[in-house]
Write a new protein. Structure first.
Lengths: 297, 445
């Protein structure tokens, strides 16, 4: 099932305030103040954030004027274009050996995303090993092992409280010995304002850089789609501290639309790489800007 | 607590602009309202709640007596404060206790909100009140969820009831029976995280509710949630008629606007907030205190409560005496540092002091490692040296540095900090908290 269909299914399940408001806005007769006010409300309600919303509306006004657009229906098409341009990035193809590290605050769905990624790479014919570097949260390794079983991949783990960098070191050694070409690293949830925990994350990255310098090393920030403007702060700090390459947006199957990625794109320029749209193992799919905005508008 | 930090920064900024003016015009008030709107929206307060809030405040602020008043800015701060309190519920709502044993608390919420961790914190909190608490594992879906609850229960020092992966309704019933037989007066039921639009799983919660009739149904909400917080809380409330809300992850840099919206939309009170990773990191939610914190008026009451938790009365008296006699030693200094650590994060505490705002605190971070070094250095001194640091000369310093695995510079630094602290404590004795205000950043720890 395609991305659009899955999202559209999610929307059908709910009385979607955002779509309703947009429908309301776009069914206006002309592009008057009320039209723009309704549009602003709709975007704010989708967590797009004040600055990004204002930027979007300014650009829409500007281009609508230049292109002599008068009808709301045409304005909608234009807004769609603007929004797609805003979040459409070229993501470089993977090279192997590949290391993917997932980081993020507590409870965004990192471990689940690792399970789904492991399944995805396995299906593509790669040989995968997972490093259970969340040694902090109670039973995190056990949870990951269940996912490892489901996906049919090996999980390297230590005891609770062990040094996460050591787990990663072991996983890399093991991958070298057994010839795995994909290493997935699960890390403990950490709030981005905790300096010592962010330093721990940097240490893990140093281990990867040192032990496997030839690898294609991607660092993804996992974001919960229900998060509000704090997501911008998360993206900012995580990308400063460990040079994050992209975002995995999870829990898009709820009523939250994840509009905050427009704010993140606006302020930090971080692309979304994957989206999580359900609880099943194949419910993680590559991000498609057009589909995402189509589902949103 | 970093919560509302930047919201309170923004509010402070808005109000200080108003304060600089003697009289206010209608236009200036309108301008201020616009800025308040922006501040609230950026803090993720729900759009409709913001709209209502600013409308109410404007209406009151534009009343004639305020424009004519000599201190219009203060009046407006008061109106905003009152309305904020009203928005979050006016007074702290305690957890209900059932007349019939056992008291049952049922936790629910989205995936990743922090339910399981919160269960452990609640156990710790209730045990302090002398309750005997049984944890119940009703999350049969997430891999290793039962295992996680067991570890949490172990940390909090209580038993976890589980029946494996069978119907959660049966597990909940079984837990109540078990509690009655084994003398538990309180049962906490941990349920699986679920999407509010997942009808089958919502039905399961309704069935658990019907089966055990919980004293409280507590919705656990991540404080970083955006505009959707209201939809989530509203849906859970409609299906389950929740009795209260617990906000989690308030120790991040979230502005926590969700906390402001939820009460307004569901009418259900926020009862607690979670502020860290340790089992003790749980605070009862006091709307009026939170409101004054948002407005940058500090939260002295919570600070005092925290201090009371960490220091005993005798310890405090003994310290006072020592300060008076000028016999405060390095041993006492170490003890102070350790009690401070018990009270929680330094920055959180400082932010509760009136007149301190977040931007002043940026440099006042305490490094946990630093505390360990300090401990090592002090413990490498002889008892005589600890009592009278003046006798520590360079050869002693060399020995101490070697003994503690640090450098002479670090020993010097510690001795200097000790003097500073002694001096500051003496000042606090005389001038109260005011003496602290002049100190920017350089908190001597």
């Amino acid at each position: 099932m395609g991305f659009f269909k899955k999202i559209a299914e999610g929307i059908k399940k709910t009385k979607d305030a955002f779509s309703k408001k947009l429908f309301f806005a776009f069914s206006a007769r002309e592009l008057d103040d009320e039209f723009y006010e309704n549009l602003e409300e709709a975007l704010l309600t989708a967590d797009v954030g004040l600055t990004a919303t204002e930027n979007l509306i300014d650009e829409l006004k500007d281009r609508a004027f230049k292109e002599r657009i008068k009808k709301p229906e045409e304005a909608k098409e234009l807004l769609r274009q603007i929004m797609i341009e805003d979040i459409d990035y070229d993501i470089p193809e993977y090279e192997y050996p590949l290391v993917i590290l997932l980081s993020g605050v507590n409870g965004v769905g990192k471990t689940t995303a690792i399970g789904k990624l492991a399944h995805m790479f396995k299906e593509q014919g790669h040989s995968v090993v997972v490093a259970a570097a969340d040694t902090f949260r109670a039973a995190a390794s056990e949870q990951l092992e269940v996912w490892g079983d489901r996906a049919g991949v090996r999980v390297i783990r230590h005891n609770e409280g062990a040094d996460p960098a050591a787990v990663v070191f072991d996983a890399i050694s093991s991958a070298k010995a057994r010839g795995n070409d994909v290493i997935l690293v699960d890390t403990a949830g950490r709030l981005h304002n905790k300096k010592n925990l962010m330093a721990e994350l940097q240490k893990i990255c140093r281990v990867v850089d040192r032990e496997l310098p030839e690898a294609d090393f991607r660092k993804y920030l996992v974001l919960d789609a229900t998060t509000g403007q704090n997501a911008v702060s998360q993206a900012q700090i995580f990308s400063e501290d460990i040079e994050t390459d992209g975002i995995i947006l999870t829990k898009l199957d709820g009523t939250a639309k994840g509009g905050v990625i427009l704010a993140i794109s606006d302020e930090i320029g971080l692309p979304v790489v994957y989206v999580g749209v359900g609880e099943k193992i194949d419910d993680l799919i590559p991000f498609d800007a057009t589909d995402f905005i189509n589902a949103l508008l | 607590m970093a919560l509302f930090e930047s919201l309170s920064d923004r509010m402070n900024h808005i109000f200080s602009k108003l304060r600089n003016k003697g009289k206010l015009t209608e236009l200036e008030i309108k301008q201020a309202m616009r800025e308040i709107r922006v501040a609230l929206l950026e803090a993720d307060v729900n759009y409709n709640v913001v709209k209502e809030f600013t409308a109410k405040v404007s209406e009151k602020a534009l009343g004639e007596d305020i424009l004519k008043s000599l201190t219009p800015a203060q009046q407006i701060v008061k109106i905003v404060n009152d309305e904020l309190c009203a928005l979050m519920g006016s007074t702290h709502q305690k957890l209900a206790v059932s007349d019939r044993q056992p008291t049952i608390y049922m936790m629910c919420g989205l995936q990743g909100a922090g339910k399981t961790t919160m269960c452990g914190k609640l156990v710790t909190y209730l045990k302090k009140q002398g309750k005997k608490v049984l944890l119940t594992a009703c999350d049969i879906y997430r891999p290793a969820a039962i295992q996680q609850l067991k570890v949490v229960g172990n940390k909090a020092g209580t038993e976890v009831f589980e029946m494996g992966h069978i119907d959660p309704v049966k597990i909940a019933k079984g837990a109540i029976e078990y509690a009655l037989k084994n003398g538990y007066d309180t049962v906490i039921i941990d349920t699986a995280g679920r999407l509010h639009i997942d009808e089958a799983l919502m039905e399961e919660l309704v069935n658990i509710k019907k089966a055990v009739n919980p004293t409280e149904i507590l919705l656990v909400v991540d404080s970083m949630t955006g505009q959707d917080a209201v939809t989530v809380a509203d849906t859970f409330n409609q299906s389950l008629d929740i009795t209260g809300v617990i906000m989690t992850k308030l120790d991040g840099d979230t502005r926590g606007g969700a906390a402001l919206s939820i009460k307004a939309v569901t009418g259900k009170p926020i009862k607690f907030n979670g502020t860290g990773e340790k089992m003790e990191d749980l605070e009862p939610f006091h709307p009026e205190r939170m409101a004054s914190r948002i407005l940058g008026m500090g939260d002295v009451l919570t600070l005092i409560e925290k201090a009371q938790d960490a220091f005993s009365q005798e310890e405090a008296l003994a310290l006072q005496k020592k300060l008076k006699e000028n016999s405060f030693t390095l041993d006492d200094y170490l003890k102070q540092l350790e009690s401070m650590k018990k009270m929680g994060n330094m920055q959180d505490m400082m932010s509760m002091i009136p007149g301190m705002n977040a931007s002043q605190l940026k440099d006042a971070k305490i490094d946990e490692k630093q505390l360990l070094h300090t401990k090592a250095i002090i413990q490498s001194m002889t008892l005589k040296e600890r009592r009278n640091p003046d006798i520590i000369k360079s050869s002693q310093k060399k020995r101490i540095a070697k003994g503690s695995g640090t450098t002479i510079q670090e020993v010097n630094q510690l001795l200097k900090q000790f003097e500073l602290t002694k001096d500051m404590m003496a000042r606090m004795q005389k001038g109260g908290m005011k003496a602290l205000r002049g100190m920017k950043g350089g908190f001597p720890f």
